[in-house]
Design a protein around this ligand. Structure first.
Ligand code: PLP
Length: 386
């Protein structure tokens, strides 16, 4: 019989999927998976419907339709304060996931090392490992998930090619400060590294914090590849549309790999997202913010009450909580205990770390309010067991 590739031998089912399957079996509430249950904004839906009716159903240019690239460039200038040419420096991709994969294919070689902050988002690490790139980790320390500049310096080797920054971050909700981004800029320019950012949660930020795009920091503009998308903001995780914005020196290669994998983003959906960016004003983003701030408050207050101390997220829509009061030898057993006693699924902390995380659980609050309220009632019900 033919054999699987070497790279396929290391794959295993993600803990998020394991928890989701068990959650479905026991009819629990799934706070494990990062699926947004909020309504898709009307202009986004309408734009996609109209595009299908108008016959916009074929391949587009590999880097996306002109209108969407222009809308992204305008939004980047206004919200992120990054100015890039929509003709050559904006690439529409198959989700931000496709953007990240295409970026890694374009910039990295097998044998390179890339620095990430841990707890990390699993896809960032697994993509690198699939390409034969070695991830190196710098620890983020709770409760506010700071890191030490010296630890970042120590993580650099002659093979380091890039630093990945996820801000606001999954699973910690960390938002990198200007000072921290300054350290990253200093080290990246000293060692001539790329900075690859994932800003998919850029609109989910709390307590008046401002999203700082790393590419706006001194010395980072040229060497930074900015990745984001629409899955979370427009609640369209299944549409698979994201983008990469960077200097044309890099986007020329990135769009080639995006083309190789996906040819282009789904055409009618590109029109929908374009309508969304063009037509939704500050009011939409303010309401989104207020809604998620309310959900974050409810979940964090409940977790405090039941003795699962949350590290309140600065951004994103996840909370990491200290679940050391739950029985279990590791975070997987603690997550299963919570699911089987409270009927609430979470993600074990160890799936976001190379080592450690045994006492952490990740809760997602991107749920409809009624569902989140029910999850909180269930959590309160197990207080006695905690
Ligand atoms: N980046 C982070 C940090 C995420 O948490 C997720 C989804 O949970 C993604 C990217 C996936 O985004 P997309 O749907 O744009 O591929």
């Amino acid at each position: 019989m033919p054999k699987l590739s070497e790279r396929a031998l290391g794959i295993k089912q993600s803990e998020i999927r394991v928890m989701s399957v068990e959650c479905e079996r026991v009819k629990g509430i799934n706070l494990a998976q990062g699926i947004c249950d909020t309504e898709v904004p009307p202009p986004v839906r309408q734009g996609a419907h109209e595009a299908i009716e108008n016959g916009n159903n074929q391949y587009t240019r590999m880097d996306g339709i002109a209108g969407l690239r222009q809308a992204i460039a305008k939004k980047m200038k206004r919200y992120n304060r990054i100015e890039r040419d929509p003709e050559t420096e904006v690439v529409v991709t198959g989700g931000s996931t496709g953007g990240y994969l295409s970026t890694c294919l374009a910039l990295l070689e097998a044998g390179d090392e890339v620095i990430l902050f841990q707890p990390y988002y699993g896809y960032h690490v697994h993509t690198l490992e699939t390409l034969g790139v070695t991830p190196r980790f710098v620890n983020l320390q709770p409760p506010s998930w700071e890191f030490k500049k010296e630890e970042l310096e120590r993580a650099i080797s002659a093979r380091t090619k890039a630093i990945v920054v996820n801000t606001p971050g999954n699973p910690s909700g960390k938002m990198f400060t200007r000072e921290e981004l300054g350290w990253i800029a200093e080290i990246a320019s000293q060692h001539d590294l790329f900075v690859i950012t994932d800003e998919i949660y850029e609109y989910f930020r709390y307590d008046g914090r401002e999203h700082i795009s790393p590419a706006t920091v001194d010395r980072l503009r040229e060497r930074t590849v900015t990745i984001s998308g629409f899955s979370k903001t427009f609640s369209v995780t299944g549409w698979r549309l994201g983008y990469v914005v960077a200097d044309a020196k890099w986007t020329n290669a990135i769009k080639y790999f995006s083309d190789l994998a996906y040819i282009c983003g789904p055409s009618p959906l590109q029109w929908g997202v374009m309508m969304g960016i063009d037509e939704l004003g500050d009011e939409f983003y303010d309401e989104l913010n207020a809604e998620y701030a309310q959900k974050r408050r409810l979940l964090c207050d409940t977790l405090h009450e039941v003795g699962l101390t949350p590290f309140e997220p600065q951004g994103s829509y996840y909370v990491l909580a200290d679940a050391s009061s739950l029985p279990g030898k590791d975070s997987k057993e603690r997550a299963m205990h919570l699911l089987h006693t409270a009927g609430v699924a979470t993600v074990p902390g160890e799936s976001f770390m190379k080592s450690g995380g045994e006492t952490l659980l990740r809760f997602c609050f991107a749920k409809r309010m009624e569902e989140l309220e029910e999850a909180c009632r269930r959590l309160e019900g197990v207080r006695a067991n905690v």
